[in-house]
Design a protein around this ligand. Sequence first.
Ligand SMILES: *Cc1c(COP(=O)(O)O)cnc(C)c1O
Length: 376
Amino acid sequence: MQVPLLDLKKQYQEIKEEVLKVTEEIYESQYFILGPHVEKLEKEIAEYCDTKFSLGVSSGTDALIISLMCADIGKEDIVLTTPYTFFATAGAISRVGAKPLFADIDPSTYNISPDSMIKAIENLGDNERSKLKAIMPVHLYGQCADMDQILDIAKKYNLVVIEDAAQAIGSEFKGKRAGSMGDFGCFSFFPSKNLGAFGDGGIVTTNSSEMFEKLVKLRNHGSHPKYYHEMVGGNFRLDALQAAIVSIKLKHLDSWTKGRQENAEIYRKLFKEAALKNVKLPEEVQSRHIYNQFIISVDEKRDELRQFINDNGIGNDIYYPVPLHLQNCFTDLGYKKGDFPNSESAADSTIAIPIYPDLNEDQLIYVVETIKKFYS
Ligand SMILES: *Cc1c(COP(=O)(O)O)cnc(C)c1O
């Protein structure tokens, strides 16, 4: 049996007719960048994420960069974040000229730990503490970080909060939507995210009209009016085609999310029946986990397990094999192995198994049986 980690071909069949219709309409109009389709999507996403505004941008990475720029974060500044995330989180901080400061994760959720954040801040000297300007929590795998505590810390140290919600559209913390709690929420429409475009794209949410107006300018080289620049922005624009396709997909998002949540429930039942003592399942602690990934953790032979299920037709991946404090490009930050044991141990023990909504129960049973076979 084949069980790919992700296969969107069936999903495409569901929306094909609508996609081809809007694609043709955009081709006929020859209006490709921003415009009415992007504006329509911005309204819909703001509503979906329960924020006042949203601004379509060129990718999730650019959503992070434009938010940092909007908050005037740059050279000399420090931004606190997690080392256990996709590279773009810390990459964006570096690209605006600021320095990432890492704090370890909570091993039960893989999200940044408030205790480690406090420790990291308190370990800073006075001079460095005055440079700390923002926190960038990541809602990893589709589950929100502990936003109550993160917002408390932000308030105490007067920090901007930029939520990296690239994997978490529609997920909730105590009933509040990802991207609605911080100053900015950053989302990605990379095809493998729960709401993916047919290429690159992203969106920023905010509740501040002042920040929104600034984001609008930054998206288009800081110009206002056209050809008059009071600030340096970039080309962070979203294509009409991508916006139109994402807008079609958004109508299905809740039912696709339900499919992922149901698959997670089935996995939990099957793993429980299989009683594998060395497999740890992901903990669901927040009110709405959207399962961009279903991550198991194993206490031995992770790489051999990967090879075995791979050989048996089961797609899988490691998110992420090298925590960011140990990446070559960040050696000048001065971190070393052992600095963030929870992140390092997650990198060595986790494995993502297929969870997308179009999987059937037989495939899920096959995944669990294959893992059971490996350990017996
Ligand atoms: C995907 C992702 C990004 C970047 O999004 P792109 O659209 O690929 O640029 C940033 N942060 C996290 C946590 C992601 O998963």
